[in-house]
Design a protein around this ligand. Structure first.
Ligand code: SF4
Ligand code: SF4
Length: 131
């Protein structure tokens, strides 16, 4: 049976180094959620990616994501796809050492449903390759 990683909301992935990329569509959604213009969102909350091929969220002074507020994401309902997809649709070697998500062995239909709810995507478990 496929494994669905159930997030524990520990917020470790909102604190570790790296880039949270945002697409144009996501920028529109987040700016709308914040009640600001897309230009203001880009100016105040994004930076150029290291590859210089897009925009990513900025960090707070301690390295955590600009939208992390204590244990909460300020843009939870419109957070970037990259945040939604981890760790079920992308991960990295030994991510379990730093992520507290619980591995649940579930039937394929339930996995698809859980993935749809978590990420908004329709994915087949056999399309996801383990890291
Ligand atoms: S947008 Fe929200 S979920 Fe994504 S890294 Fe920032 S605080 Fe975490
Ligand atoms: S995905 Fe993992 S690291 Fe991120 S909040 Fe959930 S349990 Fe924590």
């Amino acid at each position: 049976m496929p494994i669905f990683w159930q997030c524990d909301r520990c917020t470790a992935c909102c604190r570790w180094p790296g880039e949270v990329r945002v697409s144009e569509e996501q920028m529109n959604q987040i700016a709308g959620h914040l009640g600001i213009s897309v230009n203001a969102f880009i100016r105040d909350y994004t930076r150029l990616t290291a590859q210089r091929d897009g925009l990513a969220l900025t960090d707070q002074s301690d390295g955590s994501c600009v939208f992390l507020d204590g244990q909460n994401c300020r843009i939870q309902t419109v957070k970037p796809q990259q945040c939604r997809d981890f760790p079920n649709l992308w991960d990295f070697p030994r991510f379990e050492e730093v992520c507290r998500a619980k591995p649940l062995n579930v039937p394929a239909d339930e996995w698809r449903e859980r993935i749809r709810n978590a990420t908004g995507k329709s994915v087949d478990p056999f399309d996801v390759s383990p890291s």
